[in-house]
Design a protein around this ligand. Structure first.
Ligand code: ZN
Length: 483
Protein backbone atom coordinates (compact mmCIF):
# COMPACT_ATOMS: atom_id res chain seq x y z
CA UNK A 1 0.00 0.00 0.00
CA UNK A 2 2.77 2.40 0.90
CA UNK A 3 4.43 1.64 -2.40
CA UNK A 4 1.18 2.26 -4.27
CA UNK A 5 0.78 5.70 -2.70
CA UNK A 6 4.40 6.52 -3.42
CA UNK A 7 3.92 5.58 -7.05
CA UNK A 8 0.74 7.62 -7.35
CA UNK A 9 2.43 10.67 -5.94
CA UNK A 10 5.47 10.11 -8.16
CA UNK A 11 3.16 9.95 -11.16
CA UNK A 12 1.40 13.09 -10.02
CA UNK A 13 4.68 14.88 -9.53
CA UNK A 14 6.01 13.93 -12.94
CA UNK A 15 2.74 15.03 -14.50
CA UNK A 16 2.96 18.39 -12.71
CA UNK A 17 6.50 18.94 -13.87
CA UNK A 18 5.43 18.09 -17.39
CA UNK A 19 2.58 20.62 -17.23
CA UNK A 20 4.82 23.32 -15.92
CA UNK A 21 7.32 22.88 -18.71
CA UNK A 22 4.63 22.74 -21.34
CA UNK A 23 3.11 26.05 -20.19
CA UNK A 24 6.46 27.64 -19.68
CA UNK A 25 7.33 26.82 -23.26
CA UNK A 26 4.01 28.34 -24.35
CA UNK A 27 2.83 25.12 -25.93
CA UNK A 28 -0.84 24.65 -26.58
CA UNK A 29 -0.88 21.30 -24.76
CA UNK A 30 -0.92 21.13 -20.99
CA UNK A 31 -0.14 17.40 -20.83
CA UNK A 32 2.42 15.24 -22.58
CA UNK A 33 0.75 14.22 -25.85
CA UNK A 34 -0.29 10.59 -25.73
CA UNK A 35 1.70 8.29 -27.96
CA UNK A 36 -1.02 5.66 -27.56
CA UNK A 37 -3.82 6.22 -30.06
CA UNK A 38 -7.41 5.08 -29.59
CA UNK A 39 -7.10 2.72 -32.56
CA UNK A 40 -3.90 1.18 -31.21
CA UNK A 41 -5.33 0.82 -27.72
CA UNK A 42 -8.48 -0.84 -28.96
CA UNK A 43 -6.44 -3.43 -30.90
CA UNK A 44 -4.24 -3.98 -27.84
CA UNK A 45 -7.27 -4.43 -25.66
CA UNK A 46 -8.85 -6.89 -28.09
CA UNK A 47 -5.72 -9.03 -27.94
CA UNK A 48 -5.60 -8.67 -24.15
CA UNK A 49 -9.14 -10.00 -23.81
CA UNK A 50 -8.51 -12.85 -26.25
CA UNK A 51 -5.36 -14.02 -24.43
CA UNK A 52 -7.03 -13.69 -21.04
CA UNK A 53 -9.61 -16.28 -22.05
CA UNK A 54 -7.16 -18.57 -23.91
CA UNK A 55 -5.39 -21.64 -22.53
CA UNK A 56 -2.65 -21.49 -25.18
CA UNK A 57 0.08 -20.26 -22.82
CA UNK A 58 -0.89 -22.85 -20.21
CA UNK A 59 -0.64 -25.68 -22.75
CA UNK A 60 2.76 -24.46 -23.95
CA UNK A 61 4.08 -24.21 -20.38
CA UNK A 62 2.84 -27.75 -19.79
CA UNK A 63 4.56 -29.08 -22.89
CA UNK A 64 7.87 -27.41 -22.09
CA UNK A 65 7.92 -28.52 -18.46
CA UNK A 66 6.22 -31.93 -18.54
CA UNK A 67 6.83 -33.28 -22.04
CA UNK A 68 10.33 -31.89 -22.57
CA UNK A 69 11.36 -31.50 -18.95
CA UNK A 70 14.27 -29.66 -17.33
CA UNK A 71 16.28 -27.67 -19.88
CA UNK A 72 19.73 -27.02 -18.49
CA UNK A 73 22.02 -25.32 -21.04
CA UNK A 74 23.82 -27.86 -23.21
CA UNK A 75 21.36 -30.68 -22.39
CA UNK A 76 19.39 -32.68 -24.97
CA UNK A 77 16.19 -31.26 -23.47
CA UNK A 78 17.39 -27.68 -24.06
CA UNK A 79 18.14 -28.60 -27.67
CA UNK A 80 14.70 -30.21 -28.04
CA UNK A 81 13.04 -27.12 -26.55
CA UNK A 82 14.75 -24.94 -29.15
CA UNK A 83 13.43 -27.19 -31.94
CA UNK A 84 9.96 -27.38 -30.44
CA UNK A 85 9.50 -23.64 -29.97
CA UNK A 86 10.92 -22.90 -33.43
CA UNK A 87 8.50 -25.43 -34.99
CA UNK A 88 5.58 -23.94 -33.11
CA UNK A 89 6.47 -20.39 -34.17
CA UNK A 90 6.77 -21.52 -37.80
CA UNK A 91 3.39 -23.22 -37.54
CA UNK A 92 1.97 -19.87 -36.41
CA UNK A 93 3.39 -18.21 -39.51
CA UNK A 94 6.16 -16.18 -37.87
CA UNK A 95 9.53 -15.63 -39.57
CA UNK A 96 11.82 -17.82 -37.50
CA UNK A 97 15.56 -17.99 -37.13
CA UNK A 98 17.90 -19.65 -34.68
CA UNK A 99 20.67 -17.46 -33.34
CA UNK A 100 23.73 -19.44 -32.39
CA UNK A 101 25.48 -19.12 -29.06
CA UNK A 102 28.03 -21.35 -27.31
CA UNK A 103 26.82 -22.22 -23.81
CA UNK A 104 28.47 -23.62 -20.68
CA UNK A 105 27.79 -27.35 -20.37
CA UNK A 106 27.71 -28.25 -16.71
CA UNK A 107 26.23 -31.55 -15.53
CA UNK A 108 25.14 -32.01 -11.96
CA UNK A 109 26.14 -35.55 -11.02
CA UNK A 110 25.39 -36.65 -7.48
CA UNK A 111 25.33 -34.76 -4.21
CA UNK A 112 25.28 -36.08 -0.68
CA UNK A 113 26.03 -34.68 2.75
CA UNK A 114 25.96 -35.81 6.35
CA UNK A 115 26.93 -34.62 9.78
CA UNK A 116 29.45 -37.12 11.14
CA UNK A 117 30.48 -35.61 14.49
CA UNK A 118 28.54 -33.29 16.80
CA UNK A 119 27.71 -32.67 20.42
CA UNK A 120 25.40 -35.30 21.89
CA UNK A 121 25.56 -37.75 19.00
CA UNK A 122 24.70 -41.40 19.54
CA UNK A 123 27.91 -43.32 18.75
CA UNK A 124 28.17 -44.60 15.21
CA UNK A 125 25.34 -42.44 13.79
CA UNK A 126 25.19 -39.71 11.17
CA UNK A 127 22.54 -37.15 10.17
CA UNK A 128 21.66 -36.44 6.58
CA UNK A 129 22.08 -32.94 5.13
CA UNK A 130 19.84 -32.04 2.16
CA UNK A 131 21.97 -30.16 -0.33
CA UNK A 132 22.34 -29.42 -4.04
CA UNK A 133 25.50 -28.49 -5.92
CA UNK A 134 25.54 -24.90 -7.10
CA UNK A 135 25.66 -24.44 -10.85
CA UNK A 136 29.23 -24.34 -12.13
CA UNK A 137 30.66 -25.95 -9.00
CA UNK A 138 33.74 -28.13 -9.24
CA UNK A 139 33.55 -31.63 -7.77
CA UNK A 140 34.86 -32.79 -4.42
CA UNK A 141 37.42 -35.61 -4.52
CA UNK A 142 35.58 -38.83 -5.33
CA UNK A 143 35.68 -39.99 -1.70
CA UNK A 144 34.21 -36.63 -0.60
CA UNK A 145 35.48 -34.07 1.89
CA UNK A 146 35.14 -34.69 5.63
CA UNK A 147 36.20 -31.88 7.90
CA UNK A 148 35.15 -29.36 10.53
CA UNK A 149 32.31 -26.95 9.75
CA UNK A 150 32.42 -23.21 10.43
CA UNK A 151 29.07 -21.35 10.42
CA UNK A 152 28.89 -17.60 9.71
CA UNK A 153 25.94 -15.31 9.10
CA UNK A 154 27.56 -13.06 6.53
CA UNK A 155 30.78 -11.83 4.92
CA UNK A 156 31.67 -9.59 7.89
CA UNK A 157 31.45 -12.54 10.27
CA UNK A 158 33.72 -14.58 8.01
CA UNK A 159 36.28 -11.77 7.81
CA UNK A 160 36.22 -11.47 11.61
CA UNK A 161 37.15 -15.15 11.96
CA UNK A 162 40.21 -14.74 9.75
CA UNK A 163 42.30 -17.32 7.94
CA UNK A 164 43.39 -19.19 11.06
CA UNK A 165 39.87 -20.32 11.95
CA UNK A 166 38.77 -21.03 8.37
CA UNK A 167 41.72 -22.76 6.73
CA UNK A 168 41.07 -26.40 5.86
CA UNK A 169 37.40 -26.21 6.91
CA UNK A 170 34.00 -26.11 5.25
CA UNK A 171 32.23 -22.77 5.64
CA UNK A 172 28.43 -22.49 5.85
CA UNK A 173 27.01 -19.06 5.05
CA UNK A 174 23.82 -18.94 7.07
CA UNK A 175 22.38 -15.70 5.65
CA UNK A 176 18.61 -15.82 6.16
CA UNK A 177 16.17 -15.36 3.28
CA UNK A 178 13.71 -12.71 4.51
CA UNK A 179 10.39 -14.59 4.63
CA UNK A 180 8.52 -11.59 5.94
CA UNK A 181 9.63 -9.44 3.03
CA UNK A 182 8.47 -12.15 0.65
CA UNK A 183 5.11 -12.46 2.42
CA UNK A 184 4.65 -8.71 2.03
CA UNK A 185 4.92 -9.16 -1.75
CA UNK A 186 8.60 -8.40 -2.24
CA UNK A 187 10.11 -11.83 -2.82
CA UNK A 188 12.47 -10.32 -5.38
CA UNK A 189 13.90 -8.02 -2.70
CA UNK A 190 14.45 -10.92 -0.30
CA UNK A 191 16.15 -12.90 -3.06
CA UNK A 192 18.34 -9.95 -3.99
CA UNK A 193 19.74 -9.80 -0.47
CA UNK A 194 20.44 -13.53 -0.19
CA UNK A 195 21.72 -14.31 -3.66
CA UNK A 196 25.01 -12.46 -3.18
CA UNK A 197 26.06 -15.29 -0.86
CA UNK A 198 25.20 -18.00 -3.35
CA UNK A 199 27.27 -16.24 -5.97
CA UNK A 200 30.18 -14.95 -3.90
CA UNK A 201 30.55 -17.46 -1.05
CA UNK A 202 33.11 -19.78 -2.67
CA UNK A 203 35.42 -16.91 -3.54
CA UNK A 204 35.21 -15.35 -0.06
CA UNK A 205 35.75 -18.67 1.74
CA UNK A 206 38.54 -19.86 -0.57
CA UNK A 207 40.49 -16.65 0.01
CA UNK A 208 40.76 -17.69 3.67
CA UNK A 209 41.73 -21.26 2.83
CA UNK A 210 38.35 -23.05 3.15
CA UNK A 211 38.12 -26.35 1.25
CA UNK A 212 34.39 -26.21 0.40
CA UNK A 213 31.47 -23.89 0.93
CA UNK A 214 27.79 -24.34 1.77
CA UNK A 215 25.17 -21.61 1.54
CA UNK A 216 21.78 -21.51 3.16
CA UNK A 217 19.35 -21.62 0.23
CA UNK A 218 18.55 -18.24 -1.34
CA UNK A 219 14.81 -18.90 -1.34
CA UNK A 220 11.77 -19.52 0.78
CA UNK A 221 11.23 -23.30 0.68
CA UNK A 222 10.47 -24.77 4.08
CA UNK A 223 9.88 -28.27 2.76
CA UNK A 224 13.50 -29.33 3.07
CA UNK A 225 14.44 -28.57 -0.50
CA UNK A 226 17.70 -26.93 -1.54
CA UNK A 227 17.59 -24.04 -4.03
CA UNK A 228 20.32 -24.34 -6.64
CA UNK A 229 21.58 -21.46 -8.80
CA UNK A 230 24.79 -20.24 -10.32
CA UNK A 231 27.93 -19.54 -8.29
CA UNK A 232 31.00 -17.54 -9.13
CA UNK A 233 34.72 -18.24 -9.25
CA UNK A 234 37.51 -15.75 -9.91
CA UNK A 235 40.91 -16.04 -11.49
CA UNK A 236 43.66 -16.28 -8.89
CA UNK A 237 41.36 -17.71 -6.17
CA UNK A 238 41.19 -21.48 -5.58
CA UNK A 239 38.03 -23.06 -7.00
CA UNK A 240 36.35 -24.92 -4.14
CA UNK A 241 33.12 -26.98 -4.37
CA UNK A 242 29.90 -25.15 -3.48
CA UNK A 243 26.43 -26.39 -2.54
CA UNK A 244 23.18 -24.95 -1.23
CA UNK A 245 21.64 -26.56 1.86
CA UNK A 246 17.94 -26.53 2.69
CA UNK A 247 16.56 -24.02 5.18
CA UNK A 248 16.00 -26.86 7.69
CA UNK A 249 19.54 -28.18 7.42
CA UNK A 250 21.08 -24.72 7.70
CA UNK A 251 19.10 -24.26 10.91
CA UNK A 252 20.24 -27.64 12.26
CA UNK A 253 23.89 -27.08 11.40
CA UNK A 254 23.89 -23.62 12.99
CA UNK A 255 22.25 -25.08 16.11
CA UNK A 256 24.83 -27.86 16.40
CA UNK A 257 27.78 -25.57 15.65
CA UNK A 258 26.67 -23.24 18.45
CA UNK A 259 26.86 -26.20 20.85
CA UNK A 260 30.35 -27.38 19.93
CA UNK A 261 32.57 -28.66 17.12
CA UNK A 262 30.75 -30.13 14.13
CA UNK A 263 32.32 -32.30 11.48
CA UNK A 264 30.50 -32.93 8.19
CA UNK A 265 31.14 -34.93 5.06
CA UNK A 266 30.03 -33.81 1.61
CA UNK A 267 30.41 -35.42 -1.79
CA UNK A 268 29.62 -33.64 -5.07
CA UNK A 269 30.32 -35.06 -8.53
CA UNK A 270 29.45 -32.34 -11.09
CA UNK A 271 31.43 -32.03 -14.31
CA UNK A 272 32.06 -29.15 -16.66
CA UNK A 273 32.15 -30.35 -20.28
CA UNK A 274 33.31 -28.29 -23.26
CA UNK A 275 30.96 -25.45 -24.24
CA UNK A 276 28.04 -26.66 -26.37
CA UNK A 277 26.36 -25.07 -29.37
CA UNK A 278 22.88 -23.79 -28.65
CA UNK A 279 20.46 -21.13 -29.85
CA UNK A 280 18.08 -18.31 -29.10
CA UNK A 281 14.81 -18.80 -30.96
CA UNK A 282 13.80 -15.56 -32.70
CA UNK A 283 10.39 -15.30 -34.39
CA UNK A 284 9.11 -12.13 -36.07
CA UNK A 285 5.64 -10.97 -37.02
CA UNK A 286 6.62 -8.17 -39.36
CA UNK A 287 5.19 -4.71 -38.84
CA UNK A 288 2.77 -3.31 -41.42
CA UNK A 289 4.30 0.20 -41.47
CA UNK A 290 7.73 -0.04 -39.85
CA UNK A 291 8.94 -3.61 -40.25
CA UNK A 292 12.47 -2.56 -39.30
CA UNK A 293 11.28 -1.33 -35.89
CA UNK A 294 11.06 -3.96 -33.19
CA UNK A 295 9.19 -4.65 -29.96
CA UNK A 296 10.59 -7.71 -28.18
CA UNK A 297 8.50 -10.16 -26.13
CA UNK A 298 10.57 -12.80 -24.36
CA UNK A 299 11.30 -15.39 -21.71
CA UNK A 300 14.20 -17.79 -21.23
CA UNK A 301 14.08 -21.32 -22.55
CA UNK A 302 16.84 -22.87 -20.45
CA UNK A 303 16.16 -23.82 -16.83
CA UNK A 304 17.74 -25.43 -13.82
CA UNK A 305 17.59 -29.19 -13.65
CA UNK A 306 16.22 -30.09 -10.20
CA UNK A 307 12.61 -29.37 -11.13
CA UNK A 308 11.18 -28.96 -14.62
CA UNK A 309 11.64 -25.21 -14.99
CA UNK A 310 7.90 -24.53 -15.10
CA UNK A 311 7.76 -21.22 -13.25
CA UNK A 312 11.36 -20.41 -14.25
CA UNK A 313 10.82 -19.89 -17.06
CA UNK A 314 8.52 -22.06 -19.18
CA UNK A 315 5.83 -19.64 -17.96
CA UNK A 316 7.58 -16.59 -19.42
CA UNK A 317 8.33 -18.32 -22.73
CA UNK A 318 4.74 -19.55 -22.96
CA UNK A 319 3.29 -16.10 -22.15
CA UNK A 320 5.43 -14.63 -24.94
CA UNK A 321 4.46 -17.39 -27.40
CA UNK A 322 0.84 -16.51 -26.68
CA UNK A 323 1.41 -13.04 -28.17
CA UNK A 324 2.30 -14.57 -31.54
CA UNK A 325 -0.59 -17.03 -31.37
CA UNK A 326 -3.06 -14.24 -30.61
CA UNK A 327 -1.79 -12.01 -33.45
CA UNK A 328 -2.43 -14.90 -35.82
CA UNK A 329 -5.80 -15.86 -34.37
CA UNK A 330 -7.10 -12.28 -34.46
CA UNK A 331 -5.30 -11.46 -37.74
CA UNK A 332 -3.75 -8.41 -36.13
CA UNK A 333 -0.63 -6.98 -37.70
CA UNK A 334 0.72 -4.07 -35.65
CA UNK A 335 2.62 -1.20 -37.28
CA UNK A 336 5.96 -2.38 -35.92
CA UNK A 337 7.48 -5.84 -35.86
CA UNK A 338 6.76 -7.94 -32.80
CA UNK A 339 9.75 -10.14 -32.15
CA UNK A 340 9.39 -13.18 -29.93
CA UNK A 341 12.64 -14.37 -28.35
CA UNK A 342 13.17 -17.55 -26.33
CA UNK A 343 16.53 -16.80 -24.73
CA UNK A 344 19.09 -19.50 -24.13
CA UNK A 345 21.34 -19.77 -21.08
CA UNK A 346 19.87 -17.12 -18.78
CA UNK A 347 20.56 -19.26 -15.73
CA UNK A 348 24.25 -19.98 -15.95
CA UNK A 349 25.95 -17.65 -18.35
CA UNK A 350 23.67 -15.24 -20.21
CA UNK A 351 25.28 -16.29 -23.48
CA UNK A 352 22.06 -15.97 -25.48
CA UNK A 353 21.51 -12.44 -24.27
CA UNK A 354 25.09 -11.56 -25.16
CA UNK A 355 24.88 -13.15 -28.63
CA UNK A 356 21.78 -11.09 -29.43
CA UNK A 357 23.28 -7.84 -28.22
CA UNK A 358 26.61 -8.42 -29.98
CA UNK A 359 24.90 -9.14 -33.28
CA UNK A 360 22.28 -6.39 -33.15
CA UNK A 361 23.91 -3.58 -31.22
CA UNK A 362 24.05 -1.38 -34.33
CA UNK A 363 20.24 -1.49 -34.60
CA UNK A 364 19.45 -0.28 -31.07
CA UNK A 365 17.58 2.78 -32.37
CA UNK A 366 15.16 0.40 -34.13
CA UNK A 367 14.55 -1.49 -30.89
CA UNK A 368 11.52 0.46 -29.73
CA UNK A 369 10.91 -1.57 -26.57
CA UNK A 370 11.80 -4.89 -24.95
CA UNK A 371 9.63 -7.01 -22.66
CA UNK A 372 10.82 -9.96 -20.58
CA UNK A 373 8.68 -12.26 -18.41
CA UNK A 374 10.84 -14.14 -15.91
CA UNK A 375 9.41 -14.16 -12.41
CA UNK A 376 6.91 -16.97 -12.51
CA UNK A 377 3.23 -17.10 -13.31
CA UNK A 378 1.49 -15.30 -10.45
CA UNK A 379 -1.15 -12.62 -10.94
CA UNK A 380 0.51 -9.48 -12.32
CA UNK A 381 -0.46 -6.31 -10.45
CA UNK A 382 0.92 -4.15 -13.26
CA UNK A 383 4.23 -3.70 -14.98
CA UNK A 384 7.78 -2.63 -14.20
CA UNK A 385 9.48 -0.14 -16.46
CA UNK A 386 13.15 0.64 -17.00
CA UNK A 387 13.73 3.79 -18.98
CA UNK A 388 13.35 7.55 -18.75
CA UNK A 389 11.05 8.72 -15.93
CA UNK A 390 9.50 11.20 -18.39
CA UNK A 391 7.83 8.25 -20.10
CA UNK A 392 5.82 7.22 -17.05
CA UNK A 393 2.92 9.71 -17.39
CA UNK A 394 2.42 8.40 -20.94
CA UNK A 395 1.40 5.02 -19.54
CA UNK A 396 -1.81 6.30 -17.91
CA UNK A 397 -4.09 5.08 -20.74
CA UNK A 398 -2.46 1.64 -20.51
CA UNK A 399 -3.08 1.42 -16.77
CA UNK A 400 -6.68 2.47 -17.26
CA UNK A 401 -7.33 -0.62 -19.40
CA UNK A 402 -5.11 -2.93 -17.38
CA UNK A 403 -7.12 -2.03 -14.29
CA UNK A 404 -9.78 -4.34 -15.76
CA UNK A 405 -7.56 -7.30 -14.91
CA UNK A 406 -6.13 -5.85 -11.69
CA UNK A 407 -2.85 -4.85 -13.30
CA UNK A 408 -2.89 -1.04 -13.20
CA UNK A 409 0.30 -0.45 -11.21
CA UNK A 410 3.47 0.96 -12.77
CA UNK A 411 6.79 0.70 -10.99
CA UNK A 412 9.88 2.52 -12.22
CA UNK A 413 12.95 0.28 -11.97
CA UNK A 414 15.59 2.21 -13.89
CA UNK A 415 18.25 -0.38 -13.00
CA UNK A 416 16.60 -3.02 -15.19
CA UNK A 417 13.65 -5.37 -15.31
CA UNK A 418 15.05 -8.61 -16.76
CA UNK A 419 18.42 -10.33 -17.12
CA UNK A 420 18.26 -11.20 -20.83
CA UNK A 421 17.09 -7.78 -21.98
CA UNK A 422 19.52 -6.17 -19.51
CA UNK A 423 22.14 -5.20 -22.12
CA UNK A 424 19.41 -3.58 -24.26
CA UNK A 425 18.04 -1.73 -21.22
CA UNK A 426 21.52 -0.42 -20.35
CA UNK A 427 21.91 0.78 -23.93
CA UNK A 428 18.70 2.83 -23.61
CA UNK A 429 15.98 0.54 -24.99
CA UNK A 430 12.77 1.18 -22.96
CA UNK A 431 12.18 -2.07 -21.09
CA UNK A 432 9.17 -3.70 -19.49
CA UNK A 433 8.31 -6.73 -17.36
CA UNK A 434 5.17 -7.92 -15.62
CA UNK A 435 5.06 -6.78 -11.99
CA UNK A 436 4.13 -10.10 -10.41
CA UNK A 437 2.65 -10.90 -7.06
CA UNK A 438 5.87 -12.28 -5.53
CA UNK A 439 4.55 -13.90 -2.38
CA UNK A 440 5.21 -17.51 -3.40
CA UNK A 441 7.59 -17.60 -6.39
CA UNK A 442 10.77 -17.93 -4.35
CA UNK A 443 9.38 -20.89 -2.42
CA UNK A 444 9.88 -22.94 -5.61
CA UNK A 445 12.55 -21.04 -7.52
CA UNK A 446 15.47 -23.32 -8.57
CA UNK A 447 14.16 -26.23 -6.47
CA UNK A 448 12.89 -29.70 -7.34
CA UNK A 449 9.38 -28.30 -6.76
CA UNK A 450 9.45 -25.87 -9.70
CA UNK A 451 6.99 -28.03 -11.60
CA UNK A 452 3.97 -27.47 -13.83
CA UNK A 453 1.38 -28.04 -11.09
CA UNK A 454 2.55 -24.75 -9.52
CA UNK A 455 1.16 -22.81 -12.47
CA UNK A 456 -2.39 -21.56 -12.11
CA UNK A 457 -3.96 -21.39 -15.58
CA UNK A 458 -5.92 -18.22 -14.90
CA UNK A 459 -2.93 -16.36 -13.48
CA UNK A 460 -0.66 -17.43 -16.34
CA UNK A 461 -3.31 -16.18 -18.79
CA UNK A 462 -3.21 -12.85 -16.94
CA UNK A 463 0.56 -12.66 -17.41
CA UNK A 464 0.22 -13.50 -21.11
CA UNK A 465 -2.61 -10.96 -21.52
CA UNK A 466 -0.51 -8.23 -19.91
CA UNK A 467 2.50 -9.01 -22.12
CA UNK A 468 0.32 -9.10 -25.25
CA UNK A 469 -1.34 -5.83 -24.37
CA UNK A 470 1.97 -4.07 -23.75
CA UNK A 471 3.52 -5.48 -26.92
CA UNK A 472 0.72 -4.40 -29.22
CA UNK A 473 0.33 -0.97 -27.55
CA UNK A 474 4.04 -0.30 -27.97
CA UNK A 475 4.14 -1.63 -31.52
CA UNK A 476 1.29 0.69 -32.53
CA UNK A 477 2.54 3.86 -30.77
CA UNK A 478 2.72 7.18 -32.61
CA UNK A 479 6.38 8.07 -32.23
CA UNK A 480 8.54 6.52 -29.56
CA UNK A 481 9.11 6.79 -25.84
CA UNK A 482 11.66 9.31 -24.57
CA UNK A 483 15.12 7.68 -24.44
ZN1 ZN B 1 14.50 -17.24 -14.77
Amino acid sequence: MFKFKAILSALFFVTLVGCFHAKFLAQTVDRPPSVFTDAGLSRADAIRRYVLSSDYAYKQAGYLSNNIGPRLSGSPQAARAVEYVAEEMRRLGAEVRLQKCMVPHWVRGEASGEVVEWTGMAPGTTQRIVLAALGGSVATPDEGIATELVVVDDYDALAALGEQKVKGKIVLFNFKFDQQLQSAGFGGGAYGQAVQYRFGAAMAAAKLGAVAVLVRSAGGSQNRLAHTGSMGYADGIAKIPGAAVSYEDAEMLAYLAAAGPVKIKIRLTPRTLPDAESHNVIADVKGSEHPEQIVIVSGHLDSWDLGTGALDDAAGVAASMAVIEALRALKIRPKRTIRFIAWMNEENGGRGSKAYFDELKDTLADHIAAIEADLGASHPVGFNFAGKAEAIPLFAPLSKLLLLQGAAMVQHQPGGVGADIGPLTKAGVPSFAPWYDQRTYFNYHHTAADTFDKIDPKQLAEVAALVSFLAVSLADMEGGLPR
